[in-house]
Design a binder for this molecule. Structure first.
Ligand SMILES: Nc1ncnc2c1ncn2[C@@H]1O[C@H](COP(=O)(O)OP(=O)(O)OP(=O)(O)O)[C@@H](O)[C@H]1O
Ligand SMILES: [Mg+2]
Length: 509
């Protein structure tokens, strides 16, 4: 296979040093054209750093980059783009108040004679890109109105609009549904046939095996394996990633559940255009219970969690904690009552990028440290350090900005931050998004332990294996409504069919 695919870009003996961390250590990497080169490794292994070097966002401290056999040095993103390198970043880099079209063309507008923006041509191209990605998205719509998965698709469209010869996709599917992943894979297949060299980063190992032609494994900044994908299986990947055999999901253990700790009655969120995104939802969670909320993207699951956290002033319905009605109308009031949400979009809702890791961890529980428990700064740092250890967050120092962490480690900070408020009910939206296999098992174990301590957990996931393995009870939503309720050990096919009610039954329950 390797004879079929020419090396378009390569890194020789590449090193990258950040303050406190050597992110890349003498790395040799070949990027093959007309093929999908997958890159895998634990959170903080150096994957994004390697791609930032190739796309001109960061520069090597040692070693060289060769493009078509010639040594190059990209001073910045623009210079790399001029050489045909495009990148979809791990974290969304879009402007919520600009339209979809404007976001796609920001920085490389189509113009008449280099002066006036040709908005007709831009809209037409944006429309064509949405069609190519099989999306029913209006290009004139403000981006902020789209769900995070759709925003991720716009991010991909933006890279496609540049017609790059080398296209880097850093965890492009973390917020996509299975159907959307299929669409993206078809587009990748077309690009491959056109000779584009693709780099694909993901923590979903099945996905890598399905789409990859070549695989490179990174661990602590070192390449531990690099080969053609032929014959590669999950145990091989995991062994190179973490040096041990595959880590399993912790199994649901028999445990007694407590009384009802949380109840939601008739929650509704009207859509501006009529109808409801959350349509008369009711559910309850018992102490010590993990309830998995499964559904397709757009089913209204995230919106339900947002209503519970008082993030939609126009929502209605009743909430009860331990049988007592929740009357607080503000987010902070609800946190005080024992509710905590770990949001899906950590960059927007979860973290303050310019603040330190310690400050982010203690942000929501700050009052506890100053008033309730009379804890000092030193104790705050001690508590932060304890959570860093408990969640195995990989950091050089608590005092570094949270923006210096890898994507997965930022996600763990968001989880730690929510746990610090000592909630009675924990709401988690896609808790394993962007998290490596080892850390995922760690987070699932943490969820189990927390439930064992009597916390009620309601978590949203689009991952079928995850909902089946982790939940004491599975609820399914479609079109804003509850369409199914299953005990632990439910049949996968039943859960999926409840999530796609247009294909079968309607309005049950
Ligand atoms: N701007 C920065 N300043 C300081 N350290 C950084 C910076 N960016 C990354 N690092 C560190 O470099 C290492 C590699 O990070 P990188 O983002 O490349 O990991 P990754 O493999 O992409 O992980 P993930 O799967 O979590 O996204 C980590 O230890 C990270 O904390
Ligand atoms: Mg990364």
């Amino acid at each position: 296979m390797s004879d079929l695919h020419l090396v378009g870009l390569s890194i020789r003996n590449g090193s990258k040093i950040y303050p406190g961390t050597q992110a890349l250590k003498n790395v040799d990497f070949d990027l093959r054209m007309g093929a999908v080169n997958v890159l895998v490794g634990e959170n903080g292994a150096g994957k994004s750093t390697l791609m930032k070097v190739i796309s001109g966002v960061e520069q090597l401290n040692g070693g060289t980059i060769e493009l078509d056999g010639k040594v190059v040095a990209f001073a910045d993103r623009t210079e790399a783009a001029r050489h045909g390198v495009g990148i979809v970043f791990q974290e969304l880099n879009l402007f919520p108040n600009l339209t979809v079209t404007e976001n796609i063309f920001v920085g490389h507008e189509k113009t008449f004679g280099g002066i006036h923006i040709d908005s007709v041509a831009q809209t037409a191209t944006a429309r064509a890109l949405m069609k190519r990605l099989e999306q029913d998205i209006d290009p004139d719509m403000p981006l902020g109105n789209l769900r995070i998965g759709q925003q991720q698709i716009v991010e991909i469209a933006k890279a496609l609009a540049e017609n790059a010869r080398i296209l880097i996709l850093d965890e492009p599917t973390s917020a996509l549904s299975a159907t959307e992943v299929d669409v993206l894979f078809r587009v990748i297949g077309d690009l491959k046939r056109q000779g584009v060299g693709i780099v694909y980063i993901s923590h979903r190992l099945e996905e890598l095996i399905r789409i990859g032609d070549y695989i490179t494994v990174l661990r602590d900044g070192v390449i531990t394996g690099s080969r053609s994908m032929e014959g590669v299986d999950i145990p091989w990947i995991v062994a190179n990633m973490i040096g041990t055999a595959s880590k399993e999901f912790p199994k649901t253990v028999e445990h007694t559940l407590g009384d009802e700790v949380f109840r939601v009655e008739n929650v509704c969120l009207p859509r501006p255009a009529g109808g409801y995104s959350v349509d008369h939802m009711s559910l309850s969670v018992r102490a010590g219970e993990i309830v998995g909320l499964y559904g397709l993207m757009g089913a209204g699951r995230s919106e339900l969690l947002e209503c519970i956290m008082a993030q939609h002033p126009n929502s209605s319905g009743k909430l009860f904690i331990g049988g007592a009605p929740v009357r607080e109308k503000s987010v902070s009031g609800r946190i005080k009552r024992g509710l905590a949400l770990i949001p899906e979009d950590r960059k927007r809702d979860g973290l303050v990028q310019i603040m330190t890791i310690r400050e982010n961890l203690t942000l929501s529980s700050l009052k506890d440290f100053t008033r309730i428990f009379h804890l000092s700064l030193k104790e705050e740092a001690g508590k932060a350090a304890e959570f860093v250890k408990r969640l195995a967050i990989k950091i050089a120092s608590l005092e570094h900005p949270v923006s210096s962490l890898s994507g997965g480690n930022q996600q763990k900070v968001v989880i730690g931050k929510a746990l610090m408020t000592q909630p009675r009910i924990l709401l988690m939206d896609e808790p394993s998004r962007g998290i490596d296999i080892g850390a995922k098992a760690e987070i699932f174990r943490t969820m189990r332990r927390l439930a064992g301590d009597g916390l009620g957990i309601l978590f949203v996931t689009s991952d079928l294996d995850e909902v089946l393995a982790l939940s004491d009870r599975i609820l399914v939503m479609a079109n804003g409504r509850l369409t199914g309720s299953f005990p632990a050990g439910a049949n996968a096919a039943d859960v999926v069919s409840a999530a796609t009610p247009n294909l079968n039954r309607v309005d049950t329950l």
